[in-house]
Each structure stands twice: as C-alpha cells, then as structure tokens.
Design a binder for this molecule. Sequence first.
Ligand SMILES: CC(C)(COP(=O)(O)OP(=O)(O)OC[C@H]1O[C@@H](n2cnc3c(N)ncnc32)[C@H](O)[C@@H]1OP(=O)(O)O)[C@@H](O)C(=O)NCCC(=O)NCCS
Length: 319
Amino acid sequence: MSAPAWEMLDDIPSNSPIWKQWQKLVNDENWTSDCSATTGLTPTLSTTRSVWAVDKKDSSYIGCVVWNEYDSIALIGFYLLTPAYRKLGIGSKLWKRAIERIPKDYTIALRSVPVMIPRYSSQTTPVRGPTLHYCTVKASEAVELCNKLLPADFESGYSTKKLEELSHEEWEEFLKFDRKITGKDRREWLTAYRSHEHKFAIVVFSKNDHSIVCYASTVMTSHLHQHRYKIAPIYAIDDSLGVFSLRILANWIGSQYPDATIYCHLMEGTRGFEFLKPKLEQITSVTISGTSLFSKPYNNPLDLSKVYFPNNSSGHYDI
Ligand SMILES: CC(C)(COP(=O)(O)OP(=O)(O)OC[C@H]1O[C@@H](n2cnc3c(N)ncnc32)[C@H](O)[C@@H]1OP(=O)(O)O)[C@@H](O)C(=O)NCCC(=O)NCCS
C-alpha cells in the first residue's frame, strides 16, 4: 500500500474525535498497561503533548506520538499507527517532530515492547532501565492466594476509605503519602483519577494514629466489555498491607464480574517483584511486557521498597 495524502498536527484539542479513534486503537492493540484512566485522562492533562498524522481527506486518525512532560521528564506513552499505514515511513516523521519539540534538557523515557528495544536503543533512548513483567489471575484465585498469605483477622488494626470519600484533610495527607513514595507531585493526575468512573481505589489507615499506610487501586483496561482490571498501584508500608489491599481489590473485582481477568504488572527492583512474583508464579505464568528506556541515566526518586504494583501510567509516571 502507498501512503495516503496526510498531514501532521501538533497538540489537538481534548474534545477532538481523533482522541476517540486513538483510544480504540490502543484497546485493539491489547496494551493492558494502558488502562481506561490513562487513555481517558491523557487528552485533558496539562502535561500532555502530541504529534498526529491525519488523513487529508477526512481528518481521520493515521498515527501519533503522545507524551507527557513533567519534572524534566518527557515520557513517551504512545507511538502508534493504524495497521494499514505502518512501514510507510510515517511513524519516523512523527517521531522526528516529537523529539524536536521535547526540551533538550529533559530526559526522554519510554517503555518499549521487546521487538522495538534494539531500534529505540540505537537512536533516542540508549540507556536501559528495569523490565516490566505481567501475569493474569481470576479474582477468586487472587483472593485464595492472599488468604494463604494473611490471617483473616488481619484487618482489625486498620480501616479503609474509598479515594473519593476522603475528607479534605485526609486527601491532603494522602497526597503527601503518595509524594513520599513516588518522589513526585502527582496532584493533577490523582485529582483527575479520583473521579474516574472505571476504577476502585482505597486508602488504608492505621487505627492507632489514623496515619495512611497503603494506597491501592484497580482500574479497567482494554475494551470495557472484556472485563479486564489492572492493579495500579499498590503502595504499602509492608508486605502484609500489600497482600491485604490486594485481597480487598480482588474481592471487589469478583463482586463486579466473577469472570473478570486481573492484570498484575510487576516491575523489576520493586518489593512487589521480589515478594509477590514468586507467589504469583505458583498459580500462573509471568511474562515480559516491556522495558523502560531512557535518553540519559535517570535516577528515579520512587521508593521501590513500598511499591507492590506500580501505577504504571504515562499520565503521571512512577516507574
Ligand atoms: C512502531 C510504529 C509506530 C512505527 O511506525 P511506522 O510508520 O511503521 O515506521 P516507519 O515506516 O517510519 O519505520 C521504518 C523503520 O524504522 C523503524 N523505526 C520507526 N520509528 C522508530 C523509532 N522511533 N526509533 C527507532 N526505529 C524506528 C521501524 O521499526 C522500521 O524499521 P524496520 O523496517 O527495520 O522494521 C508502527 O509500526 C506501529 O504502530 N507499530 C505497532 C505499535 C508499536 O509497536 N508501537 C511501539 C510501542 S513501544
């Protein structure tokens, strides 16, 4: 096939129908780490930048590079062409334009699918970071695993609240907790996420002093009718709370759709990778999802010892 007559656009408005076509293609690709919150909220975030190829005839979507700029990082979350227009040289032109626009002193970061690693590494992002792995489980399997790891009466010392039910003071404390773990100010992302429809998010408090000890969330990913949920994130101060919150999420998912599939993404270097991966491997197989690549060495301020599952959204990068 030859390339259609197309034009390049920078930064389309958040209500452009092109975003909807992009969302559909991301879901068609089965990129389960790009959840409904990432694809739903990215068009509206102040940090979002984008370059598009559209058909000159009807302005329909051909391809894009979409990235977010914050904290001197440009995280390229999406580089994606409609299948019929791949290998025609369009993607390379979009990429060149995106790289030209990213501030020169920023670190470019991306998560590469295995097949693209040598290509990206030879050009924009030669520095290799950690690899993301994933596995899938049914809700009942996850609950059973957690029950084996944790006594049923564990919760007596803790109380939980949904993210959207936090008082003003608790919300501010929660943002501090998130910042302590991620090393980043994620207020814009979390404020948008708080009212996102297709998620369930809880904050766990210690009954002793009402301090926050865990933040855990799950969100629908891929096409909604597929009943897929991604765990994103679980940040907890210890292993028991990591398992406790996973059990709460899995129970909630099972109550929504007993047939739902849970996507667990585990990042090398995190506590979740060390502690939970061997346990998940007893009931399912874990495979590679992608590898983080950087344009220069990047010192992630994330507290890896408290991350059980990363948030793993280009909307506001944690890992
Ligand atoms: C990856 C993709 C966006 C590239 O766009 P494209 O228009 O097909 O690419 P081009 O025709 O301009 O590329 C020509 C060559 O340069 C490579 N290339 C393209 N962009 C590149 C980049 N940013 N860095 C390094 N190499 C690149 C291509 O892989 C191709 O190499 P090959 O001929 O050895 O396979 C497109 O193929 C696509 O949508 N693929 C599926 C989604 C995907 O895998 N995205 C990347 C996720 S990390």
